[in-house]
Design a protein around this ligand. Sequence first.
Ligand SMILES: NC(=O)C1=CN([C@@H]2O[C@H](COP(=O)(O)OP(=O)(O)OC[C@H]3O[C@@H](n4cnc5c(N)ncnc54)[C@H](OP(=O)(O)O)[C@@H]3O)[C@@H](O)[C@H]2O)[C@@H](O)CC1
Ligand SMILES: Nc1ncnc2c1ncn2[C@@H]1O[C@H](COP(=O)(O)OP(=O)(O)O)[C@@H](O)[C@H]1O
Length: 473
Amino acid sequence: MLRERRGGVNGRRVVLLVGTGNNGADALLAGVHLRSRGAAVEALLVGGEAYPQGLSTLGAVHGITVDARSDEGRTAALSALAAAELVVDGIVGDRGSGGLRSPADELVAAIPAGVPVVAVDLPSGVDPDTGESSGPHVHADVTVTFGSFKPCLFLPPASHAAGRLEFVDVGLTDELPAQPLVRRLTRVGVAARWPVPARTDHKYTRGVLGVIAGSDTYPGAAVLAALGAVRAGVGIVRYIGPPRVTDHVLMAAPEAVPGFGRVQAWLLGSGVEADPDQDEAIGQALDSGLPCVVDAGALEECVKRRAAGARSVGADGVLMTPHAGELARMLDMLGHEVTRGDVETRPMFHALWLAREVEATVLLKGPTTLIANPSGWLFSQNDGPPWLATAGSGDVLAGIAGALMASGVGAMDAGAMSALVHGLAGARASGGGPISAGQIAEATPATVADLLRLVSEPPSGDRPRRRLSANGR
Ligand SMILES: NC(=O)C1=CN([C@@H]2O[C@H](COP(=O)(O)OP(=O)(O)OC[C@H]3O[C@@H](n4cnc5c(N)ncnc54)[C@H](OP(=O)(O)O)[C@@H]3O)[C@@H](O)[C@H]2O)[C@@H](O)CC1
Ligand SMILES: Nc1ncnc2c1ncn2[C@@H]1O[C@H](COP(=O)(O)OP(=O)(O)O)[C@@H](O)[C@H]1O
């Protein structure tokens, strides 16, 4: 980072924020290394006993140590930070809880804006297991993590403070639980799970998705949801909605077939407003025992029915796709006083809460997408640019998820796979600039094709097939 931003290491001022644990020790050793390359290194001690060997080695190479707990030390620490060209955060690691104590909180708040920060293991001040934070915390440009990714690196809001993640394998893989609490599907993981048609397939065996979406107020949502499904490669879309909306859907996606018929899964609710015909159709679909993606205007009906015990399919057959505001509304409906702000502050907690209350899979949309199921497992996907935050983007996502569920993919996988493909398609369409939701749908086929190339057999047969790990990641 010093090389990238300051043209080299020699003579640069590096400040280490050093706690008493292993992360403090790692920061000290990083300091020794940087000192040996000519950087001026100051270690600010924020707790009691820091790693003695690290302190003595840093001293031996003429690094400076400041005990920031005394008044005098704190003043020196603050002026070191004001002049820093790189900060290494080793205050707390995965045993940190309850927010930063003094003087760490004051020092973190004093890191000047624009100075690059490298965090050891996690940005100090966030809760390692939940990604929540109750006070000031470090905002890192890069987090270097050892042995395994800590849950907070994937869980917002902490994940947004971690910056780029650098993983260093220190050989702990065998010690880790087989099923981590939070997982992230990679491109290869999605490609390996993608339903690729066999030579003998026809459109019905590939899966038919019934789409009940759109209204006279929001005709576009139906168009975008149908396009998402068609472009993700469903066998057929059957569209059910008001006549004017049907016309729009058929204009944009002539592949769609209007009216009821046999389907393998449902996509319900995108752009739906109170309408007796659609409400009845949605109710029937929810009772059909078929897998469903439940979005926007169908969320309330789904929650009501499932909370009352009407659960025609289990959690892996229902993928609810609220954004933070909708998730708050659903929990409120169930008698819990929850605001959008509460959900944004504790997204994992609230997604799991709804998943457990109604025994469904919950995909919570946002800058990072969380997919939670009632057993407590989560996927966290963070694959697209902020340009995805555009009207109708979520309707396309619902369409992609619907296509996957119609072809037999379970709700957890369908949620994570659609989030990754939606994110990558957004990035492809964007190329760094603004996008419309329709462009996300348009970029989906090429995005899937790129993914599938990661796991396809080479034509010549002499390159080995890419090996996947046991869990497909
Ligand atoms: N092309 C189409 O057909 C599209 C159709 N769509 C369809 O629309 C339906 C509604 O979905 P939605 O998520 O947009 O609405 P909804 O959950 O009620 O949240 C609204 C909340 O947002 C806020 N808010 C509003 N304005 C704000 C502002 N200027 N600045 C800041 N905040 C503002 C306001 O919150 P407040 O702070 O006022 O409490 C309000 O409560 C849904 O069926 C979807 O599929 C969409 O996909 C879009 C494309
Ligand atoms: N800052 C962001 N970075 C990346 N993706 C985002 C960001 N904000 C929103 N998204 C994604 O954009 C989509 C927005 O969906 P949604 O809120 O339902 O909007 P709409 O109802 O207009 O379609 C979701 O897939 C969400 O995860």
